[in-house]
Design a protein around this ligand. Structure first.
Ligand code: SAH
Length: 217
């Protein structure tokens, strides 16, 4: 137990469970993972609030509910190899690390990747590999993935990411304009990368996915 344990329980009740997230493992995990360790010390008291928070470099740690919504959509069972694009604070990464077998995470800003690595090491998340670079190319050497999660807003679904999904794999990605996006779940149905099922998970607002298959810097 830490001094934020009560706030964390309240966060899960008021923001996550009440909005319809049902995955018991995920709810338990969000009651456990110390989200305050993923923000600057001056922000710790706000870490369990119902909104994103700045993490430096003009980036944000996502709102807890959005993290839960995206994670539930990936339908993880513990056996998966997951690619995450946009490590940021590493909070979402820590959740994936507990719910999947292995996580490969890419962050374009080296200082954020470094801080996330430290926090994840402190929490013994040793099944996470972090790479600094443009995640819109995916991580070819590690493909195929059972699930891919993009935590920054893209202009369109990069086909290269669908290519790196195994058949049956799920890609969750916010797609739209630079100001608002729709959270999309794309399921790969066969070897043909055109053969996908697309589901709309609702409106959202993320920072830009910047790179070759994203927005210009
Ligand atoms: N899940 C993170 C979200 C961080 S915000 C969290 O909750 O902390 C999105 C992150 O995506 C930012 O850190 C940003 O630098 C990163 N990003 C944007 N474009 C990227 C790209 N092409 N490749 C890798 N990371 C990218």
């Amino acid at each position: 137990m830490d001094r934020y344990a009560k706030q964390r329980m309240r966060m899960v009740d008021a923001q996550i469970r009440s909005r319809g997230i049902k995955d018991i493992c995920l709810l338990k995990l969000m009651e456990k993972i110390p989200r305050h360790l993923f923000v600057e010390e001056a922000m710790m008291d706000q870490a369990y609030n119902d909104n994103p928070l700045p993490i430096g470099e003009r980036q944000t740690i996502s709102q807890p509910y959005i993290v839960a919504l995206m994670t539930e959509a990936l339908a993880l069972t513990g056996k998966e190899k997951v690619l995450e694009i946009g490590t940021g604070s590493g909070y979402q990464t820590a959740i994936l690390a507990e719910l999947a077998d292995r996580v490969c995470s890419i962050e374009r800003i080296a200082s954020l990747a470094g801080m996330a690595r430290k926090t994840l090491d402190y929490l013994n998340a040793f099944n996470v590999a972090i790479r600094v670079g443009d995640g819109t190319y995916g991580w070819k050497e590690e493909a195929p993935f059972d699930a891919i999660l993009v935590t920054a807003g893209a202009p369109k679904v990069p086909p290269i990411l669908v290519e790196q999904l195994g058949v049956g794999g799920r890609l969750v990605i916010p797609v739209g304009s630079r100001s608002t996006q729709t959270l999309l779940k794309v399921t790969r149905l066969s070897e043909n990368i055109e053969d996908v099922k697309k589901e709309d998970l609702g409106g959202c607002r993320f920072v830009d996915l910047i790179g070759e298959h994203g927005w210009e810097n």
